[in-house]
Write a protein that binds this ligand. Structure first.
Ligand code: GUN
Length: 279
């Protein structure tokens, strides 16, 4: 069994990005990311701080807009519109989830698709669906990068994705299909989940249920990607019961240190790409 070291792979990609940013700066372009955080969800606050730090480390310009939980949809929309026309800003990220009184899809749709470095706008989601080039959701992009890092050819493999979210499950299924995997999408209503998962050469667990994927879900020799980040008694837990899954998997991502670091690295990559295209 080999551990897929997301932290190390992410570190290598960030080195390359730091060089790219330095070159862009010589051409007079400083890639800029605006992050918008509404409310005081502690997990979101931590993610936003990581994103800010990653920008600083890589040489990007970043600004964080922290708004009160009671912020109206109109106020948030006008901030997004201002950022859409701000030349310093190449990428806009509105941290999810948003408070219940705000229509999340309406906010995402207001972001200029050319600055949608999260890949959540319907235009970018649609481009992925039809196979056109656009921004791809960062976690999904990170997962494919990790799978490719194993050197295993994805073509013809059986891939099972557990979880059907717009952020992970749906985009990662599209990307796996694009790489010629035979993809099955599973969710909370799937029958005989363990049996379906046990047939997977590539298993992606993105359900948000700590350690639900036990050894019986894992095929001998599988690649297991754990997207879970649940906090249990102050400790970060994945969706996979690592101690059992590692006995059967050929490659497995740890939590923490697997998918997590890749998500922010792909966000930096998308922002640098946006700056390169639209300067
Ligand atoms: N909330 C959890 N993951 C993400 C993400 O990748 N982007 C945004 N904007 N919000 C999130």
């Amino acid at each position: 069994m080999s551990i897929i070291d997301g932290k190390a792979i992410s570190g290598q990609i960030r080195l390359g990005l730091t060089e790219k940013v330095a070159k862009l700066k010589e051409e007079g372009i400083t890639p800029g990311l605006a992050v918008v955080l509404v409310g005081d969800d502690p997990a979101s606050a931590i993610y936003v701080r990581y994103k800010e730090q990653a920008c600083t480390d890589t040489g990007l310009y970043s600004e964080v807009h922290r708004l009160d939980a009671a912020t109206t949809q109109e106020t948030l929309l006008s901030l997004v519109e201002r950022l859409n026309t701000d030349d310093k800003i190449h990428g806009i990220l509105v941290q999810l989830p948003l408070p219940n009184h705000i229509d999340e899809m309406a906010i995402l749709r207001a972001i200029n698709p050319d600055k949608d470095v999260d890949g959540f706008h319907v235009i970018n989601a649609g481009k992925l669906f039809v196979g056109e080039k656009g921004f791809v959701a960062c976690t999904a992009k990170g997962i494919i990068t990790l799978i490719k890092s194993t050197g295993i050819d994805i073509t013809g493999k059986t891939a099972v994705v557990v979880g059907r979210s717009n952020i992970v499950g749906k985009p990662v299924s599209m990307l796996l299909m694009e790489q010629n995997a035979t993809v099955t999408m599973c969710h909370s209503r799937t029958r005989d989940l363990a049996k379906v998962c046990a047939g997977a050469d590539i298993l992606v667990a993105a359900i948000g249920r700590p350690e639900m994927i036990t050894g019986e879900y894992v095929k001998q020799g599988a690649i297991v990607i754990d997207v879970g980040t649940s906090r249990v008694d102050g400790k970060l837990k994945g969706d996979v019961l690592f101690s059992e899954a590692e006995k059967k998997a050929a490659f497995i991502t740890p939590v923490p240190g697997g998918v997590g670091p890749m998500t922010i690295t792909m966000l930096l990559e998308n922002t640098v790409e946006a700056a390169k295209i639209h300067g």
